[in-house]
Design a protein around this ligand. Structure first.
Ligand SMILES: Nc1nc2c([nH]c(=O)n2[C@H]2C[C@H](O)[C@@H](COP(=O)(O)OP(=O)(O)OP(=O)(O)O)O2)c(=O)[nH]1
Ligand SMILES: [Mg+2]
Length: 132
């Protein structure tokens, strides 16, 4: 089975985390952390900065790595690197997603995450001092 390598931004602000709802494709309507596939030659940090510009028209600072999760979807094996991130400018603009929510730790389980993200939510809750 093919593997795909993805980077995801755990964007925190004022004690909340940004969750976005996919607007198209196979996983439409599922909730995720914004990000996407790493392109050849990019570091994970470079890929995240590019993806967040493309998806949210925003500049970020990429911080510590939170976790790497792996998940077997029926059609591919996912390897996803998740990083704590901070927004450097105003409000994200939804260029690809259909909705976004800023969730507190208590609210993290209130959206319907993509299957691989359940492990990410657990890692966030285990490191909740980093939500800031
Ligand atoms: N960005 C992101 N992708 C996730 C998450 N959880 C999860 O299973 N995925 C899967 C869904 C996709 O099959 C795959 C790649 O993500 P993506 O569709 O965002 O990739 P991309 O932004 O490069 O978009 P595209 O050009 O391929 O349309 O990772 C998540 O939290 N964030
Ligand atoms: Mg994406």
């Amino acid at each position: 089975m093919k593997s795909i390598e993805v980077v995801a931004a755990i964007i925190r602000r004022n004690g909340r985390i940004l969750a976005t709802q996919r607007g198209y494709g196979e996983f439409k309507d599922g909730w995720e952390f914004p990000g996407g596939k790493t392109e050849r030659g990019e570091t994970p940090q470079q890929a995240l900065i590019r993806e967040i510009k493309e998806e949210l028209k925003s500049e970020i600072r990429v911080g510590e790595k939170l976790c790497t999760v792996e998940y077997d979807y029926p059609k591919f094996h996912l390897i996803m690197h998740c990083f704590w991130c901070d927004l450097l400018d105003g409000e994200p603009v939804l260029l690809e997603h259909e909705a976004a929510r800023w969730l507190t730790a208590d609210e993290l389980n209130s959206v319907d995450w993509l299957p691989a993200d359940v492990q990410v939510v657990e890692a966030i809750l285990a490191d909740s001092a980093s939500i800031s």
